[in-house]
Design a protein around this ligand. Structure first.
Ligand code: PMV
Length: 328
């Protein structure tokens, strides 16, 4: 009744931004991401009749009550599938710079879904695991697979067709994703609250919805053609559009800090100088910079030289979930 799994984080090139059903984590739009080789979560799940409640040890510390509530809600989905009420002990280690505000919910819930379902001997397919992980954190649905991944929003209201599939595996096309960790304070609005507020109050949200499926179509063409320029241009524009919706929310909010803008401006400047790079930003101040592998060292050096940049970690497309036999 125990299993260990590893899942990597991902960065969206076409963002998931907004739910049509928050209970089931059904998105308003399909999204597309690259799974990253450098950052991952390893999670061990043990079910036992001896436990009186669920527990979570996260990076060596006991989780807060709020975190336990979320984990229990998620484990209930897995227990329902297996027809059991047994509680679980979850031990999770993030190999992600979490302190720097890097999102680990995608790798976290993908690893948890994988380990928990295996521990209960549920023999789930990749797409079933993806639909399960989705119910912990939407972006986790994409971390089940490696390489380039699309999360299909799905049509039905039960959510059975809202899962991710792989477009290209991690070896098919090597692009570089520089993870730029900036000097910044903690973020004040979670992605969950931020997207909800935007959907409910931002007049710009309609503009997002009107154009995101076209962005996705063009992005898939770029990937199919291995057209890096097109990939970068669409990813950057899509990220800017997502962040623009937050400015129209009531009350308005912004994930960028001054250090975020320093990196964005540097990337635009490099491009003007003929060094091709594009940025994308999730629900926080850090920036991911896309470039081709032959330019990654040069661009890394230029970004690391900014005083507001704390670290630059070079990533590439990484693998999907793995089952581990031992705890490292
Ligand atoms: O699934 P969450 O709550 O981690 O939301 C992810 C939202 C974004 O990172 C902004 C976009 C995305 O598609 O990953």
């Amino acid at each position: 009744m125990e299993a260990i799994a590893r899942a990597h984080t991902n960065i969206a090139l076409i963002k998931y931004w907004g739910k049509r059903n928050s209970q089931l984590f059904l998105p308003t739009n399909s999204s597309l991401s690259i799974t990253l080789d450098h950052f991952y979560t390893e999670t061990k799940v043990q079910f036992s009749d001896q436990f009186e409640k669920d527990s979570l040890l996260l990076d060596g510390s006991q989780a807060t009550d709020k975190e336990i509530v979320k984990i229990t809600a998620f484990l209930n989905h897995v227990r329902n599938l297996a027809g059991t009420k047994t509680f679980a002990k979850v031990t999770s280690v993030n190999h992600v710079p979490t302190a720097a505000g890097f999102a680990s919910s995608a790798s976290g819930y993908a690893a948890l879904a994988t380990a928990a379902s295996k521990a209960l001997q549920l023999d789930l397919t990749g797409t079933e695991l993806s639909a399960l992980a989705r119910q912990g954190s939407g972006s986790a649905s994409r971390s089940i697979f490696g390489g380039f991944v699309e999360w299909h929003k799905g049509e039905n209201e039960a959510g059975t067709d809202s899962f991710a599939t792989q477009i290209l595996d991690e070896k098919a096309w090597n692009v570089s994703v520089l993870s730029v960790v900036v000097e910044a304070g903690p973020k004040s609005v979670s992605s969950r609250d931020g997207m909800q507020r935007t959907v409910e109050t931002s007049p710009f949200y309609d503009g997002w919805l009107a154009t995101v499926e076209e962005d996705l179509k063009l992005m898939k063409e770029a990937i199919n053609d291995r057209d890096f320029t097109k990939l970068g241009e669409i990813a950057e524009a899509n990220a800017l559009k997502m962040h623009a919706t937050t400015l129209g929310a009531k009350p308005p909010f912004l994930y960028w800090q001054s250090a975020t803008l320093d990196v964005m401006q540097k990337v635009m400047e490099l491009r003007q100088q003929g060094l091709e790079a594009y940025f994308t930003i999730d629900a926080g101040p850090n920036v991911k910079v896309l470039c081709e592998p032959e330019n990654e060292e040069m661009i890394k050096e230029k970004l690391a030289a900014l005083s507001s940049v704390r670290d630059v970690i070079v990533c590439h497309p990484g693998p999907g979930i793995q089952y581990l036999s031992d705890w490292n």
